[in-house]
Design a binder for this molecule. Sequence first.
Ligand code: G
Ligand code: G
Ligand code: MN
Ligand code: NA
Length: 253
Amino acid sequence: VRVLEQIESALEENQLELFYQPRLSLQNGRVDGFEALIRWHHPDEGLLSPAHFLEHIEYTEHARALGLFVLNTAVSEIKRFVSQGVPYTLSVNLSPSHFLSDQFQSDIRDILGPCNREVRSRLILEVLETTALDDIDRVLENLSFCRSQGVDIALDDFGTGYSSLNHFRKLDVQEIKIDRSFVSDMLDGDDGMIVEAILKLSHSFKRRVVAEGIEHPAVEARLIELGCESAQGYLYSRPLPLPDALAWAEQFV
Ligand code: G
Ligand code: G
Ligand code: MN
Ligand code: NA
């Protein structure tokens, strides 16, 4: 596909940009961090969301190149947060093939090498639940490596894979992100029970929980009642270019 030929020049010619979606603490109503989401300023097609290109890149050499770009960009933004004294975390989505690759550990080591503890502690690596089900020995090894590097791990799109409880308990992750397919309609039908069950399970294992895809105040209210730690969704903000995301977050300080 054309994407494969063009992604290389996209990286070289700075056509890729991270957008940032704020994430709010449901305990104090403030922004506690952002999730970085990649966008492509395509010369002919305009602004492309990952749905248009990520799957073509996954399992090619470009997945790693993109991952390095995203991680390096995220880390330099975190350094800026720290130097400016703003308290945000930054969450980054890892591609399954990069996370499971032989280069993953050395890539993370290289990127975090020049970072102090404070910077590392603000980085959250998001691993898809489905990725974490893949090659369990490799996954456990990489998770414990990431922990040794001082970064937190989030299990992303949780509920869409088929984690057994035994599997769940083995994964050394600090955060569970409930997939928005369960959150958006949680006030009617079975989805609410699923969200409750995920919260109970996660809290029993001392994992904090982020609910994704909040679009209605009533959903937020219910999540607060249930003790969910953080929330992301269009109710608050769509993913925005960094200056806009930071300006948006200013209203809470
Ligand atoms: O906003 P949204 O359309 O950005 O994201 C669509 C999908 O693309 C989501 O599943 C999200 O996790 C994924 N995604 C967004 N940015 C990145 C990225 O930098 N790397 C990877 N691997 N996935 C991403
Ligand atoms: O898979 P992951 O959770 O990393 O990707 C998040 C995706 O969900 C992105 O495409 C992001 O733009 C999108 N998203 C974030 N908040 C909402 C929301 O409230 N509603 C909908 N429909 N999508 C959302
Ligand atoms: Mn994510
Ligand atoms: Na998700």
